[in-house]
Design a binder for this molecule. Structure first.
Ligand SMILES: Nc1ncnc2c1ncn2[C@@H]1O[C@H](COP(=O)(O)OP(=O)(O)OP(=O)(O)O)[C@@H](O)[C@H]1O
Length: 234
């Protein structure tokens, strides 16, 4: 399974306000690509453009050689774009099992099951299947949100600040899970983050974003740390 996602020179507006100014990002097949930036620089807007929640005003997004045009979110989910939104968006009154099953929506009837490897990655989900989503800790909810996205059988997994508000031990589990998905499942992963050390540990390619533009990009190993820290400072 090797699928690439290519964001080409996209612009995005909220009314008259321009949030993205010619963003280009290549999420290469079977690699983890991280976009780093402070609050409000346009990271979530970029991911919402990829998932079809927000329309772009210029440029194009290409998934597996197909230009996505105005395909709505459910069609993109069906194509294989899995999304873990900022703040997780777990259904608090549904059980863990029911939250996972919401991931069935884009699947054919025959595929409507939860693959075992999801429980191997996040054993806590199996032990809490009957609990309400709202009773889980932030870290457990993040694992549930990733599990739910994996139920949709994504080829590309897109995550919005997966470490936000999460305790260090669970951040490590999430990092290991993303590396497993890359290494064992050949998944292409695109995430946005503010947490530099997490990205340096797991990402292959890193982009730095500031005020709606990409300021720097390259392999994680070649990062110019003082320059990156300057962009991440509030
Ligand atoms: N629905 C909206 N309507 C109007 N302006 C918006 C909307 N969503 C975001 N913005 C603005 O667009 C810009 C980029 O926001 P975005 O949420 O994409 O940034 P971000 O880097 O993800 O920040 P955060 O880490 O706070 O989520 C900001 O100036 C923000 O105020």
């Amino acid at each position: 399974m090797t699928t690439a996602l290519s964001i080409r020179d996209i612009g995005l507006h909220y009314g008259a306000a321009q949030a993205l100014r010619g963003i280009s990002i290549e999420a290469k097949p079977g690699r983890i690509t991280a976009v780093l930036g402070r609050n409000g620089v346009g990271k979530s807007s970029t991911l919402r453009a990829v998932t079809g929640i927000n329309n772009i005003s210029s440029g194009e997004i290409v998934f597996n050689d197909e230009v996505l045009k105005k395909a709505p979110p459910y069609k993109r989910a069906r194509l294989g774009i899995g999304y873990v939104p900022q703040g997780r968006e777990i259904f608090p009154l549904l059980t863990v099992k029911e939250n996972l099953e919401t991931g069935y929506a884009p699947l054919k009837a025959a595929d409507r099951n939860v693959p075992d490897y999801i429980y191997e990655l996040f054993p806590i989900l199996k032990s809490m299947l009957g609990r309400r989503g709202g009773d889980l800790s932030g870290g457990q909810q993040q694992q549930l949100a990733i599990g739910r996205a994996l139920v949709t059988r994504p080829k590309v997994l897109v995550l919005d600040e997966p470490t936000e508000g999460i305790q260090p031990s669970i951040i490590k589990d999430i990092g290991r899970a993303l590396q497993f998905l890359r290494d064992q499942k050949g998944m292409t992963i695109l995430l946005v983050e503010q947490y530099l050390d997490f990205c340096r540990e797991i990402a292959d390619d890193i982009y730095i974003m500031d005020r709606g533009e990409i300021m720097h990009s390259g392999p994680a190993a070649d990062l110019d740390l003082p320059e990156v820290r300057r962009h991440l400072m509030v």
